[in-house]
Design a protein around this ligand. Structure first.
Ligand SMILES: [Zn+2]
Length: 104
């Protein structure tokens, strides 16, 4: 019984995220590029995916990043990791990024 319920719950969660993703894609298509960035922010970046606390914008090496007010986790928008990595040639984050790119 418990397994069945877990399966159903998982299916509902998947449904929810698929729906959210579709809404996001619809927004991205409907809006101009500069507005699309804001739509992504509204859906993905208002709350921390890990602990659910609010994210606060702060600057790190002159790049705007989102930091969680709860767990202090840092979230990077698309391109921001490359920007951070690009600042420090040979840094650990640069080496990490090169590894991620190879895997992808
Ligand atoms: Zn958090």
């Amino acid at each position: 019984m418990a397994d069945k319920w877990d399966e159903r719950k998982k299916a509902l969660e998947d449904e929810y995220f698929v729906k959210k993703e579709r809404e996001l894609i619809a927004k991205l298509k409907a809006k101009k590029d500069e507005e699309a960035g804001q739509a992504v922010k509204e859906i993905c970046h208002m709350r921390c995916p890990k602990c659910g606390e609010r994210l606060k914008e702060r600057s790190f090496q002159k790049i705007l990043i989102d930091q969680c007010t709860g767990c202090r986790g840092i979230w990077l928008d698309a391109g921001e990791l490359e920007q951070v990595a690009g600042r420090e040639e040979g840094s650990w984050i640069n080496r990490l990024w090169q590894r991620v790119e190879k895997q992808g």
